[in-house]
Design a protein around this ligand. Sequence first.
Ligand code: PLP
Length: 352
Amino acid sequence: MRSIDDLDTPAILIDAGRAEANIARAQAHADRHGLKLRPHIKTHKLPYWAKKQIAAGAVGITCQKIGEAEVMADAGLTDIFLPYNILGRAKLERLKALHGRVTLSVTTDSMDTLMGLAATFTDPGHRLPVLVECDTGMGRCGVQSAGEAVALASEIDKVRGLVFGGLMTYPGAGRAAETEAWLADAQQALAAAGLSCERISSGGTPDMWRSGEHSVVTEYRPGTYIYLDRYQVAKGVGSLDDCALTVLSTVVSHPTPIRAILDAGSKALSSDTLGLADFGELLGISGARVTSLSEEHGNVTLSGGAELRIGERVRVVPDHCCVVTNLFDEVHLIEGDKVIETLPVKARGRMG
Ligand SMILES: Cc1ncc(COP(=O)(O)O)c(C=O)c1O
């Protein structure tokens, strides 16, 4: 069996035991609180993990891109939620084909998206569930008020090939209470308008452990929880010891006593810090932080007596693991120092 030492760098390592433990912990939490779990595959982009998430008890998966959903459907995943405004003939045709082979649901936040869906999905015998996306404070997509949610839901219900599928939101981190209030209000307004709303889908790893406090949410879509990263550790979701994804890298230069250079730059770590001060930290070497990046160089600043030598191989915990996944063709699953499997990242780079 290969060991980590046999791998060329930079490379993604996934600690399989940690990822499995993260899956199990989140599923147990959801089960305890009567929530359906519908993990977002954006973090791993691998049918391998999607199947493990389903086997652990998830009701289905979430994909952001049709291309990701197609990869997952090809691999045998059967229940897919695409919480994205799908526009344009080419995408709508692909969406229709997908609806023909998996249990699919989507979202809209406008009449424009709805009209495209209405023109494409016309079979009352096989209606597509469409959820209304609500902006509960994130400031991204979504209707802006309960009234708008009701108005759009009733328009969906008038279309013969569609069915109103409920409410969906992606709340900003730390906004669990506001989200709950927004959604409860919208649910009441829907009921007053005679529209039943059985599914209310929320998500986000940062507030995952607070998801049990929701009374109206029926389904939760965490993504990053499977690997975790520095951002999630900063949010208190887990510890560095729970982080499953690291980027294996080699020290290629040590130009000054307090500065070393890794062969992992923005092409391997991405420059997405999610607001953190550094771009990553080195596992097991406290005082070693990736403080700046160029494309092929990661600049490590050493402090507190931390030491590195040229040729040394290190493991970087990135700030945002999902974007790192999208940068590599393959990941290596490890157990301790052993490489147990190498998997192609099948759903990476699916832009549409
Ligand atoms: C619509 C939607 N749902 C769920 C998620 C998963 O969020 P997280 O990775 O914080 O768990 C995301 C992340 O971007 C998202 O955009």
